[in-house]
Design a protein around this ligand. Structure first.
Ligand SMILES: Nc1ncnc2c1ncn2[C@@H]1O[C@H](COP(=O)(O)OP(=O)(O)O)[C@@H](O)[C@H]1O
Ligand SMILES: [Mg+2]
Length: 313
């Protein structure tokens, strides 16, 4: 498939060198084929260092539509492709992460809701991805929509997910990503209490940093009172459009604000990335030769390298 209007051939300035090299092939089709081959071989390259202990990320930003779900599922799929056992916990009643991973989440399916309220162990809700045997998901069903209110009257309401996930230590997941709803309510608080790391996706658009201050204050509050281990370790710039000056400005602002927490890899805006969930697939499976797939692969490697034990870097 050739580039579409949604995928300009011009590489964004911050896109990693690997992505850039792939652009240098003679033709767009040639470049795409090269990328696809590189991605298919990613698993056998053995470049991905394993974390010394399970890494749990909360993917949060109370703004909707900034790329939380897309980033969670695609980084997870890219890590799984490279041999890491990876779990995505869908904590958004919309169930978009479940959909994107091709995971059953009809009402009645054992889900994050029952796990959260302590009705079932997390193991009982685990489903394996149809595309990768190392990739798993705890789906969200519409039942989760009521949880925000139900939780209010529950004992230890902020720590329920943490308690439920304690048993995950017995599973050998290398990575766990918790996909949050677009709010700072009790579901997101539960995710922040359950994870040591926060990954914030930021869309390269107007008002990108709007609301991030509020998110950071909430994170500080959770850290002070409920989860001293909590830190924002990773910021991902999403939906970058190299044709606009605005995108560069936003990227610069975000880097000035978050420094080296921001991954060097920037996720380009790409029609393919937005099409993939419609087929119950991540971009990694839907179109491995696309720039979107390559950028998520690069992002996953950066994330893995940053958390690797010193000697493996
Ligand atoms: N890199 C991208 N290029 C094009 N569309 C994207 C990209 N990332 C996300 N989208 C689309 O933008 C919308 C919002 O993304 P999503 O990940 O669902 O955000 P959130 O989970 O923060 O609400 C979705 O329709 C998604 O397919
Ligand atoms: Mg989402």
């Amino acid at each position: 498939m050739t580039s579409t209007a949604g995928e300009p051939d011009r590489a964004p300035v911050d896109v990693s060198r690997e992505t850039w090299n792939a652009q240098e092939s003679d033709t767009p089709i040639g470049a795409e084929a090269e990328r696809a081959v590189r991605l298919m071989h990613a698993a056998s390259e053995g470049l991905l260092p394993k974390p010394s202990r399970q890494r749990i990320f909360t993917v949060a930003n109370q703004k909707g539509g900034v790329g939380k779900t897309t980033t969670a599922v695609n980084i997870a799929a890219a890590l799984a492709l490279q041999g890491a056992r990876t779990l995505v916990i869908d904590l958004d009643p919309q169930g978009n992460a479940s959909t994107a991973l091709g995971i059953e989440h009809r009402p009645g399916t054992p889900s994050s809701y029952e796990v959260l309220i302590g009705e079932i162990p997390v193991e009982a809700a685990l489903q394996q991805s149809p595309h990768n045997e190392l990739l798993f998901c705890v789906p969200a069903t519409i039942d989760l929509a009521g949880a925000e209110i139900e939780l209010v009257s529950m004992v230890a309401r902020e720590g329920r997910l943490r308690t439920a996930l304690a048993e995950l230590k017995q599973h050998d997941f290398d990575y766990v990503f918790i996909d949050c709803p677009p709010s700072l309510g009790l579901l997101t608080i539960n995710a922040l209490v359950a994870a040591p790391e926060v990954l914030i996706p930021i869309q390269c658009e107007y008002y990108a940093l709007e609301g991030v201050g509020q998110l950071l204050r909430n994170i500080e509050m959770v850290k002070a009172h409920l989860n001293p281990e909590l830190n924002v370790t990773t910021v991902v710039l999403t939906m970058y459009d190299g044709r606009t000056k605005l995108a560069d400005q936003v990227a610069m602002d975000v880097r000035a604000h978050f420094g080296d927490k921001v991954l060097r890899t920037v996720i380009p805006r790409s029609v393919k990335v937005s099409e993939a969930p419609g087929y119950g697939m991540t971009i990694i499976d839907y179109d491995p030769g696309s720039r979107g797939a390559m950028s998520y692969l690069d992002a996953s490697r950066e994330l893995a390298q940053r958390g690797a034990p010193e000697q493996a870097r």
